[in-house]
Write a protein that binds this ligand. Structure first.
Ligand code: BDR
Ligand code: CA
Length: 311
């Protein structure tokens, strides 16, 4: 199994991503969860990560707390989408599992230094502050990372927090600039992909049909999360973003895209957080990412449902 660290800001869709990973032990080994401020403040993302571990019966997965706020910009959160706790929608017990003493940034650095070079994959499901801080503090880790798979960005679809920017990159564009310049092989799952992954009634019903405590809670989370899009856009469900990162590690053939240069705008107030994707190779800037654009949506939901059923 591929060794991964999941850096996350749960978030209902982050929670589904973590569960997809925990339900797939043959393919991925979760070395730890590192939490960051994002959808909600850090105290809540930390609580939520531990709730997900407990619901999944995996209190052995360590949770580390990281950055309280972005590198430079003022903190932005998304309670309007995820609710006050970040995991609104289902009644769950407060976690009893404790957070680790070590800081998330030091856990990331120590783990990458300890494991064989080229064996640890970083999965980022929120603003990339923790990863940027680790790269700044320990530049030696970059060449040792196997791959970084991230949910973030959007080009052809436009933005979801401003007309130009996707939320994760908008919250900490300076951090994403550092990540994209790091030389680590990067796979990006942007809104162009995740907006193809709507939690339609038929798909949610198939998750519901698992008939477990996990599936009950997941369905309630999804029904809360999707109300934002249903009410605003009249769509059949909402886009399930973060599990794409884990699905890629399990079944990469579900996704297609292009290797190209991706840069982040961090200065303009109008377009801050924009992902500038050189899809047509119109510049000489070196390719630094595989930018995904399409997904087999039914295959993705089949995989997610199958793995949730294992928890
Ligand atoms: C991203 O922002 C968050 O609201 C979601 O959890 C996802 O990581 C989508 O733009
Ligand atoms: Ca997220």
């Amino acid at each position: 199994a591929r060794k991964i660290i999941i850096d996350t800001d749960p978030g209902q869709d982050d929670a589904c991503a973590i569960m997809l990973a925990l339900g797939s032990p043959d393919e991925v080994e979760v070395l730890g969860l590192t939490v960051v401020a994002g959808n909600v403040p850090l105290s809540m993302t930390s609580r939520n990560a531990r709730i997900v571990c407990e619901l999944s019966g995996r209190t052995d997965v360590p949770v580390y707390e990281g950055a309280l706020k972005p590198l430079q910009r003022p903190q932005v959160t998304a309670e309007h989408v995820h609710g006050k706790t970040g995991l609104d929608g289902a009644e769950v017990d407060e976690p009893t599992m404790l957070v680790q003493d070590q800081h998330a940034v030091d856990f990331i650095i120590d783990t990458i230094r300890r494991e064989e070079p080229g064996t640890v994959t970083l999965c980022t499901l929120g603003p990339q502050t923790n990863i940027a801080l680790a790269l700044q503090k320990a530049p030696d880790i970059a060449p040792r990372v196997k791959e970084l798979v991230m949910m973030g960005g959007g080009c052809f679809e436009g933005g979801n927090i401003t007309p130009a920017a996707e939320f994760n990159i908008y919250v900490d564009p300076q951090a994403s600039k550092i990540v994209l310049a790091s030389g680590i092989p990067i796979v990006m799952m942007p809104l162009d992909v995740t907006h193809q992954l709507m939690t339609t009634k038929a798909r949610v019903a198939r998750i519901q049909a698992i008939g477990s405590r996990v599936s009950d809670v997941v369905v309630q989370w999804l029904q809360f999360f999707e109300r934002f899009d249903i009410e605003k856009y009249g769509s059949d469900g909402g886009p399930l973003h973060d599990p794409t990162v884990i699905a890629y590690l399990i079944r990469p053939e579900l996704f297609s895209g292009r290797t190209c240069n991706v840069e982040i705008e961090a200065d303009s107030e109008l377009t801050v957080g924009m992902t500038v994707v050189d899809w047509w190779h119109v510049t000489d800037r070196a390719a630094n990412a595989t930018y995904m654009r399409n997904v087999d949506a039914d295959g993705f939901f089949e995989l997610l449902t199958e793995r949730l059923a294992r928890l």
